[in-house]
Write a protein that binds this ligand. Structure first.
Ligand SMILES: C[S@@+](CC[C@H](N)C(=O)[O-])C[C@H]1O[C@@H](n2cnc3c(N)ncnc32)[C@H](O)[C@@H]1O
Length: 381
């Protein structure tokens, strides 16, 4: 960033606060991922940041900051002017990323001018830091909020660099994927719906059958990733991806011959509503395959805290009853041996051994009742 262009003369003054983050990523990748997370986090806090030259930082209709982009997508500044404080000087937040030999890149965040802003309003920087800034930081570090964040970031609404790596090819999910594929035996005549598709790895494999598919997931980052991973199918019109909630499912009714939901149902806050929407989306006689982890995994290395206490673990009878109550028929629950599927997926021995025995997962299979007028013979699951 051209320091003089931003908030001269504060851009040249020493920073009041400096944070540094090393990362094993390219500088451009690091900054763009960081900014995306920052904008999402600000959104959750009721603020909006427009990531473009001259873009606004705003709270409701009140604009209190302007974005200044630096060269080569490596710097961004936000000049902040608390509104209505006529005499208040500006403050400057700057984020700058540089390549380093040791880790790949380092992001430096600097804040300038806050002491003057606060002085102008009759306060001091250290009092504000003690009363407002550090409590907000420490609150986020408390087990509750931090556990919620980790749960969201890694599983419930995946986001960030690690989640992208995990869900592009979710090693531990392949046995379940292959089991579902085995049971559904999709053909080019099928129209498949996946709810909670993550990085779209199952969709990619399912599309090899020649079927067409749609998916719904509420994580914007997963929708982007699944789109990249299945670009050819999206471009060919064989795959449609929707950002949306399992409790609402923004897809047409009576449209799909099969609906799958691998390793996502435990996160749905209203399981009955989600099952009701899946039923609605299916055509009469359409098949449902829900693959969920069982209570045996709660607190185990496969489902440690903070996930264990934030996921819903079902007993087989309870899951079957939920499906029946939602209107499904031919409901059955399997507790399959997954080791053969782990081997079929060519997982390394140390990964495959996690699937020895049963008790870690169950598969619910069910159908939408046929319309009374169609009394055709059923195909097997
Ligand atoms: C553990 S990931 C599994 C992803 C994928 N099915 C797989 O097996 O790799 C769970 C996925 O469900 C999605 N999800 C969780 N709750 C959801 C909800 N209420 N509505 C839509 N998607 C949801 C998450 O965003 C995430 O992508």
């Amino acid at each position: 960033m051209d320091a003089a262009s931003v908030a001269d003369p504060i851009a040249g003054s020493p920073p009041d606060l400096v944070l540094r983050f090393p990362a094993e990523r390219s500088p451009e990748q690091f900054l763009s991922q960081f900014l995306r997370q920052l904008a999402d986090g600000l959104g959750r806090a009721g603020l909006r940041l427009e990531l473009r030259e001259g873009g606004a930082l705003s709270e409701g209709d009140t604009r209190f900051g302007s974005v200044v982009l630096g060269p080569e997508n490596r710097e961004i500044g936000v000049e902040i002017r608390p509104v209505n404080w006529a005499e208040s000087p500006p403050a400057l937040l700057s984020l700058r990323v540089e390549p380093t030999a040791r880790t790949g890149s380092e992001l430096t965040i600097e804040v300038r001018g806050w002491p003057k802003v606060l002085e102008a309003a009759g306060g001091t920087f250290e009092e504000w830091t003690a009363a407002a800034l550090l409590p907000a930081v420490l609150r986020e570090l408390a087990p509750g909020p931090l556990g919620e964040w980790v749960m969201d970031q890694q599983a419930r609404r995946p986001a960030g660099a690690a989640a992208v790596e995990t869900y592009r090819d979710p090693t531990y999910h392949w046995p379940g994927f292959l089991l579902i594929r085995d049971r559904l035996r999709l053909t080019p005549n099928d129209r498949l719906l996946e709810v909670g598709f993550g990085g779209g790895a199952f969709l990619k494999r399912a599309l090899e059958s020649g079927c067409s598919a749609s998916g719904v997931d509420h994580s914007p980052e997963m929708v982007r990733l699944a789109g990249v991973e299945n670009r050819a199918a999206v471009e060919a019109g064989r795959l449609r991806l929707f950002e949306g909630d399992a409790g609402a499912l923004p897809v047409p009714g009576d449209a799909f011959t099969a609906c799958v939901c691998p390793i996502a149902f435990s996160f749905f806050p209203d399981p009955s509503a989600s099952l009701g929407k899946m039923l609605r989306a299916l055509r009469p006689d359409g098949r449902l395959a829900l693959f969920v982890e069982t209570a045996a995994l709660r607190g185990s290395p496969a489902s440690p805290e903070p996930f264990a206490s934030r996921s819903r673990f079902y007993e087989p009878g309870e899951l079957a009853e939920l499906a029946r109550s939602a209107g499904f028929t031919d409901v059955r629950v399997e507790e399959p041996a997954l080791l053969p599927y782990a081997r079929a997926a060519h997982l390394p021995q140390e990964v495959a051994s996690a699937f020895e025995g049963t008790g870690g997962a169950m598969l619910l299979l069910a159908r939408k009742p046929r319309a009374r007028s169609e009394d055709l013979p059923r195909t097997e699951h």
